[in-house]
Design a protein around this ligand. Sequence first.
Ligand SMILES: Cc1cc2nc3c(=O)[nH]c(=O)nc-3n(C[C@H](O)[C@H](O)[C@H](O)COP(=O)(O)O)c2cc1C
Length: 226
Amino acid sequence: MQLTDAIHSRISARGFLDKPVAEATVRQVIDLARHAPSGSNMQPWQVHAVSGKLLERVIKESLAFAEEHPIGSREKEFQTPTENFIQPYKSRRYAIGMGLYDALGIDRKDKVRRNEQLLQNFYFFGAPVGLFFSIPRCLMPGQLGDLGIFMGNVMLAAREFDLHTCAQGFWQDVQPVLHDVLDISDDYFIFNGMALGHIDPDHAANSLVSGREDVDAFCQFAGFEQ
Ligand SMILES: Cc1cc2nc3c(=O)[nH]c(=O)nc-3n(C[C@H](O)[C@H](O)[C@H](O)COP(=O)(O)O)c2cc1C
């Protein structure tokens, strides 16, 4: 697959087919992604690729945890305070959220169905594989960008194998469960989860089109002679 095609065909998939992905394929995705650059080549990423019964356990225990600690109620270590979401970021966040509800036919005022959609994150939107990305705490926040670049590579590499992804900051809300079930040391910060699998092309959530600003809206060119 050409890079251009990988970039243009990648979306955050929120509906997957009930079709397994072999460990060997996930390994190939990660094997491609590991060529990501990082500061001083420190490669500060750790990945837990989870499927099958263990994934079911992650989901079950996370749901139980969220009963006691509702999503959004826990103070997160590295969360942008809501008041920092100034314009134009505030409008963009709102637009993508509402766009998703519209795609799913959820009334914007229907808190119950909105919450049900949020909870789909627990199920990785039906994907058979959950990836968890963590970083040694001692390298925070300096190397967090490295982890982001690596995750971007994973998302694009997945396209080479006809797979789709959805990055999930959501999992920060249930970090204690992940440390426990996946036996991740407290010395690591679990930054994100990611659903990985075969996209369901007919799922309404996947009809959501997320726009992007034109280059001139955020890039200043200077000093070029041509
Ligand atoms: C770091 C990161 C965390 C994200 N967390 C979530 C999440 O928890 N749940 C979700 O449904 N989408 C999540 N997303 C997906 C974004 O909403 C999505 O990338 C954005 O709206 C652009 O849409 P696109 O990926 O389809 O181009 C996340 C994306 C990134 C990069």
